[in-house]
Design a protein around this ligand. Structure first.
Ligand code: AMP
Ligand code: MG
Length: 406
């Protein structure tokens, strides 16, 4: 029997190699760039900090005056952040400085105020250990003319603040990709209407809507498409004409009503359709016209696992994110046993918790691939590699947290 399925790593590689960033950009006010991807690098138009300045509250001095022992200097002025000292610090003199104040001319070092003793004849200061101590150098943070942010970087709160600190009001960001989504299945009911016998509400379009909205793409929601090859073919053609990528759910296994892969193959090209992953083994990837196709499985948890483990980074690349941010994993003891057969890479959902100062993980309830509650209650994926078998209680496992700070 030939092996038609790919490992998760192989599937990721194929998709990441194939998909290129969308073309096009726009210039937006920096606030609107939050979550967007920089199209060009952002150049620092001046040094940051702009001047040598004090890193501490204290006294600006000439190190030569404080070469070896405590010395009394006369205080000739004060410098505030935003209020520079206009004179020059001469031999035997010091200037009282606040954090952020421009380093007074003539001075080269700062002695912190905690080490100063003020007497009526002047300020007694200990010897300077290093010339330039407690001074922030002009350009130490960002150098004029150099890139402060790189093309391909996603804008978050820190990037926004940095652009503001450089005086930028607008920034060039890459066009948002347009992603079409639809669910397939005759059994799918629509929220707001009662379910007929045997129907379930369509939840996949809502999880995908959530994931894609947070990702920051334009969503074209095409609703539910019936398990009818003619209707489905129309839906694919319509989506491909408008979208950079199409995400569908359901209809990719080998059941009688599973038409997605065949239609993808007939209208376009299927690069793969089976992955050694659990949950979510059937997942088709291919091309239709100018659109990328991701045929996700139908089971609600499988949709989320496949989306986050396989599709999310590919869509980030489509958005122009480069390099892709690493997704840290770490190893913690698992407080319960997990049954596993070698062969597939499994992503059980888990809850990281701290017990007596030690991080541990346990499963977040029923792990059935249709049980969305396991995702709702989880704060991490466990990653059980292909070759691994059963996990015993107390064994260390790899976890990938997914509830982030921002
Ligand atoms: P399928 O791969 O189409 O056979 O679907 C597998 C399972 O997932 C079936 O039990 C479907 O009812 C369920 N399912 C498929 N699509 C959805 C959806 N959009 N929302 C909720 N459940 C779904
Ligand atoms: Mg179906």
């Amino acid at each position: 029997m030939s092996k038609t399925s790919l490992t998760v790593a192989q599937a990721r590689e194929i998709m990441l190699e194939a998909v290129m960033p969308v073309e096009g950009w726009e210039s937006v006010p920096i606030r609107s760039s939050l979550g967007r991807v920089l199209f060009r690098e952002v150049i620092a138009p001046f040094n940051v900090p702009a001047h040598d300045n004090s890193a501490m509250d204290g006294y600006a001095v000439r190190a030569a005056d404080l070469a070896s022992q405590e010395t009394c200097l006369s205080v000739v002025g004060t410098a505030f952040a935003g209020g520079a000292f206009s004179g020059v610090v001469g031999a035997g003199q010091a200037v009282r400085v606040m954090t952020g104040a421009v380093l007074p001319r003539g001075a080269d070092s700062i002695v912190v105020q905690e080490e100063a003793r003020v007497e009526k004849e002047g300020v007694f200061l200990p010897a300077v250990k290093n010339v330039g101590q407690n001074v922030r150098r002009a350009g130490e943070d960002l150098t004029s003319g150099k890139a402060a942010l790189q093309a391909g970087q996603r804008v978050g709160p820190a990037e926004l603040g940095l652009m503001a600190s450089l005086g930028y009001a607008e920034v060039m960001v890459r066009r948002r990709p347009r992603i079409a989504i639809f669910s397939t299945g005759d059994e799918l009911g629509t929220i707001g209407r009662p379910l007929a016998p045997g129907e379930v509400y369509d939840s996949n379009r809502y999880t995908l809507f959530g994931a894609l909205t947070l990702l920051g793409v334009d969503i074209l929601d095409m609703g539910v498409v019936r398990d009818d090859p003619v209707v489905m073919e129309q839906a694919f053609a319509e989506a491909a004409a408008q979208a950079d990528a199409i995400l569908t759910s359901g209809g990719v296994s080998v059941g009688e009503a599973d038409f997605v892969k065949d239609i993808m193959g007939r209208l376009g090209e299927v690069r793969f359709w089976k992955i050694d992953i659990k949950p979510g083994r059937p997942m088709a990837f291919g091309r239709l016209g100018k659109s990328w196709l991701f045929g996700l499985p139908g089971n609600p948890v499988a949709v989320m696992v496949n989306y986050y483990q396989l599709v999310h980074d590919v869509l980030q690349k489509l958005q122009g994110v480069s390099p892709l941010p690493p997704r840290p994993t770490f190893s913690v003891p698992c407080s319960e046993a997990i049954r596993k057969l070698p062969g597939r890479r499994e992503f059980p959902r888990g809850l990281l918790y701290n017990e007596d100062g030690q991080w541990k993980v346990r499963l977040s309830g029923n792990q059935g691939s249709g049980v969305l509650r396991s995702m709702v209650e989880a704060n991490c994926f466990l990653i059980l590699p292909e070759e691994s078998g059963n996990v015993l209680a107390g064994d260390r496992v790899e976890v990938q947290p997914f509830k982030e700070l921002f």
